[in-house]
Design a protein around this ligand. Sequence first.
Ligand SMILES: Cc1cc2nc3c(=O)[nH]c(=O)nc-3n(C[C@H](O)[C@H](O)[C@H](O)COP(=O)(O)OP(=O)(O)OC[C@H]3O[C@@H](n4cnc5c(N)ncnc54)[C@H](O)[C@@H]3O)c2cc1C
Length: 373
Amino acid sequence: MGASVAYHLARRGVTDVVLLEREKLLATGSTGRNAGGVRHQFSNAANIRLSIESIALLERFREDVGHEIDFHQDGYVFLLSTPASVETFKRNVALQRSLGVDVDWLGPGDAERLAPGLDARGVIGATFCRRDGIADPNGVTMGFAKAAQAAGVSIERETEATGIAVERGRVSSVQTTKGTIATPVVVNAAGPHARAIGRLAGVDVPVDPYRRHIFIAAFDALTPGVHVPATRIMVIDFETTFYFHREGSGLLFGMGDPAEPSTFDTTVRWDFLEETTQVAVTRLPALADASISHAWAGLYEMTPDGNPIIGPVRDMPGLFLINGFSGHGFQHSPAAGRIVADVIAGCDPGLDLTPFALERFVSGAVSGERYIV
Ligand SMILES: Cc1cc2nc3c(=O)[nH]c(=O)nc-3n(C[C@H](O)[C@H](O)[C@H](O)COP(=O)(O)OP(=O)(O)OC[C@H]3O[C@@H](n4cnc5c(N)ncnc54)[C@H](O)[C@@H]3O)c2cc1C
């Protein structure tokens, strides 16, 4: 998020910008631990709009931003196993189509044909968008960061923001471990740590961290008898949140654990692999014979309604938020960064920011996102 805001500010000629990163490298937080998934299929119109804009930029990333991002648009399939989910998805497909997104309804047999090796038993409907896909999160971050830097933005690594000074009711500077930076504009792009950064300015940012695992199954997908998709199609079993896609010659998979409370802990819970595998082998039987080559855990940055918080803080002039993407932040970073840059530069962002406003949690005008994996 920080790199995207910096890039889009630079494109508007605003280059007196410092991107702070407390780690040695960029993209080692949630961005460096995600599944790379990019999709149009959301339940909330505002999120679908973010996707349409973001995916358009990802499609021309090499030309516009000048970096390779390994973007494969092999589509996303959502598998639905209950009449209630089918009803919800029917409404949402209508919404997606009304916004110009090309989404297909599939039967279980169609889903199995698209994703060889998939066992769609119990599935009563599925949706597919062929322009959804998988891209490289590190490539996108580095692309934005390098282009911003080339335009004059400073990137300060190993520099932690430790304080935000407020004078006469608005932000005036940021204290860091390497000194103070006077500034009338601060953007909170701290991912799962957004609440802590908000607190520095006395603002409650309702973002909580939740651990999510990714497991990599190692097998040679070309071995006869190993049935897994040849493409990078993403398959999501909506009821269980189990998902998978090809990763090199192996397979990346994961699943949420709704029972786990909020935590900053990112150690891998190997006992959760067992739980995940029980679901995984019913949907992709080839996983029963695969060994797990590695695994990691990262943090979702969840808001109470699953929609992000994007834009200015009404009660703290100068403070802007780009937080709480609730599992979708990598893919929405192009549009979200562009919106924040526009608002800072005093331009019309060209879309209604009400669904993303911090103040929605107080006013109760919350609509939220249902497609959280
Ligand atoms: C397992 C997993 C799978 C996911 N899969 C997907 C997916 O398929 N598609 C998708 O779109 N999204 C996915 N996500 C979500 C996505 O990764 C996040 O929404 C996104 O990376 C958030 O980006 P960010 O820049 O806000 O946060 P981060 O990438 O965490 O960046 C925040 C940065 O702020 C720095 N920071 C924090 N505090 C300070 C401080 N005080 N001073 C200086 N620097 C600070 C951190 O070091 C960090 O580098 C997934 C997440 C996880 C964990």
